[in-house]
Design a protein around this ligand. Structure first.
Ligand code: PLP
Length: 385
C-alpha cells in the first residue's frame, strides 16, 4: 500500500534499516566497547515494540530504560540473557517487583542502595545492580564521598554484585567543552574503587568523543533514532523517522486576510493556503507557529499563523496550482527537512520532537532485512522467549 492509499491525517514512517545502520556506526565508533541501547520513553517515541526486536536482531545485548514501568513492558521482548537496566533506579517499595521481574536497577542514591541490600539480605541471596556515580552533572548518582564509603563496605560487594559502574556526561554534545574531560577523570577514579567492574560513561555524543570515553559499555539513545548528538556534525546519522501530513483544505485569500488563532499571520497580497491535518496534539509543537515549514514537492511552504491542536496552515503560494490538491500528503520530517531542522525551528532539541510525537499518526514500519549470510553480524543470535 502506498502512502497515498491511506486515509490517515498524517503518517509516521519508521525505518528500521536506518536504525540498525546507526547502531552499527555507533558500534564502530565505540569499539571495542560493547554497545547497549537506550530505549526509554518508548524508544524515544518510536515504539519499543518495533525498535527492540530490530536492535536484538542487530546483536544488541544490553538495554536501558528510565522507569520500572517501562522495563516491565519491555522485559517480555528480550531473551533471558539480555539485561535490562532502569536508569532512575528503585522507587520506594519497588525492589521486590524489580527483582522478581528480572530487571536490574541502576542504584543512584544511598537510599536506593539500602532498599536493594535489604531485599538481598531478606532473601539470603545476592542481587545484581548497576551503580551510578555523579561525576559532575549533579543529577543522579552517588557523590564522591558516598562512593568511597560504599567501596570500603565489604558486605555491599557480597550482597550486590555490580554488573557495571556508570556515570553520565553533561556537555558531550559540544566536542570542545572541557567539562567532559573533567567528568571522565572523576569517573575513572571512582570506578577504580570497584576493580574489574565494567564501566559505562558514553551516551551518543560520548561515542563520538575519543576512545578514552568509551570504556567497556556505551549507552547511546538519540543517534540510534537519527538525531544529531553533536552540533555541528560532519556526517549526520541516518534518518529513522519520516512524517507526512495530509492537506485537508486549500483556499486562496486576499491581501490582508488573517490566518489562524489571533491572526498572528496576515496575507501580504493574494496567497494560497493549505490546512494540514496535524497539530500540537500530535506533537507538532506550538512553538513552530509562524516559524516552521512543510515541503510540497520539495518546495518550502512556511507555516502561516499559530499551530492549532489538530491542524496547521501553510502558505503554498510558491507551489504551482496544478501540482497540489486536497488529500495530498506533504513532508513535515523527511529529506528536505531533517528532524534536527524541525527541532531548531521549534527552539528545542531532536529528543523533544521525537518524544512528543503523537498517538494519532498512522505508523508504518519499514522492516529491517536480515543479511542473507548467517555468519554476518546482524542475524538473530538467540531466539526470543
Ligand atoms: C538518556 C540517557 C542516555 C542516552 O543519551 P543520548 O544522548 O540519547 O544518547 C544515556 N545515559 C543516560 C543516563 C541517559 O539518561
Amino acid at each position: 500500500m502506498g502512502l497515498s492509499d491511506s486515509i490517515a491525517g498524517a503518517i509516521l514512517t519508521i525505518d528500521l534499516a536506518a536504525l540498525v545502520a546507526n547502531y552499527r556506526r555507533l558500534q564502530r565508533a565505540a569499539a571495542p566497547a560493547e554497545l547497549a541501547a537506550v530505549v526509554k520513553a518508548d524508544a524515544y517515541g518510536l515504539g519499543a515494540a518495533v525498535v527492540v526486536p530490530a536492535l536484538l536482531a542487530a546483536g544488541c545485548r544490553h538495554y536501558f530504560v528510565a522507569h520500572l514501568s517501562e522495563a516491565l513492558a519491555i522485559r517480555p521482548l528480550l531473551p533471558a540473557g539480555c539485561p535490562l537496566y532502569v536508569l532512575n533506579g528503585l522507587a520506594p517499595g519497588a525492589a521486590a517487583l524489580c527483582a522478581d521481574s528480572g530487571i536490574i536497577p541502576v542504584l543512584n542514591s544511598t537510599s536506593q542502595i539500602a532498599g536493594w541490600r535489604q531485599l538481598a539480605r531478606a532473601r539470603g541471596a545476592p542481587l545484581a545492580a548497576v551503580l551510578q556515580v555523579d561525576s559532575g552533572m549533579s543529577r543522579l548518582g552517588l557523590s564522591v564521598s558516598e562512593t568511597e564509603l560504599l567501596a570500603a563496605d565489604d558486605s555491599f560487594r557480597q550482597e550486590v554484585p555490580l554488573r557495571a559502574i556508570m556515570s553520565h556526561l553533561a556537555c558531550a554534545d559540544d566536542r570542545k567543552d572541557p567539562a567532559s574531560e573533567q567528568q571522565r577523570q572523576c569517573f575513572r577514579q571512582l570506578a577504580a574503587l570497584f576493580p574489574g567492574t565494567p564501566r559505562s560513561l558514553a551516551n551518543s555524543a560520548g561515542c563520538l568523543l575519543d576512545a578514552g570515553f568509551h570504556f567497556e559499555l556505551a549507552r547511546p539513545g538519540i543517534a540510534l533514532y537519527g538525531g544529531d548528538p553533536q552540533h555541528p556534525l560532519d556526517q549526520p546519522f541516518q534518518p529513522v523517522v519520516r512524517l507526512d501530513a495530509r492537506i485537508v483544505q486549500l483556499r486562496t485569500v486576499a491581501d490582508g486576510a488573517g490566518a489562524g488563532y489571533g491572526f498572528s499571520w496576515r496575507a501580504s497580497g493574494t496567497r494560497r493556503l493549505a490546512t494540514l491535518s496535524v497539530g500540537y496534539a500530535d506533537g507538532w509543537l506550538r512553538s513552530l507557529s509562524n516559524r516552521g515549514a512543510a515541503y510540497v514537492h520539495d518546495i518550502r511552504a512556511p507555516i502561516a499563523g499559530r499551530v492549532s491542536m489538530d491542524s496547521i496552515i501553510i502558505d503554498v503560494t510558491a507551489v504551482p496550482e496544478g501540482q497540489i490538491a486536497e488529500g495530498d500528503l506533504v513532508e513535515l520530517i523527511g529529506p528536505n527537512q531533517r528532524l534536527d531542522d524541525v527541532a531548531r525551528d521549534a527552539g528545542t532539541i531532536s529528543y523533544e520532537i521525537l518524544t512528543s510525537l503523537g498517538r494519532r499518526y498512522e505508523r508504518r514500519v519499514l522492516a529491517f532485512q536480515e543479511p542473507a549470510n548467517p555468519e554476518t553480524p546482524g542475524t538473530i543470535v538467540e531466539t526470543r522467549t
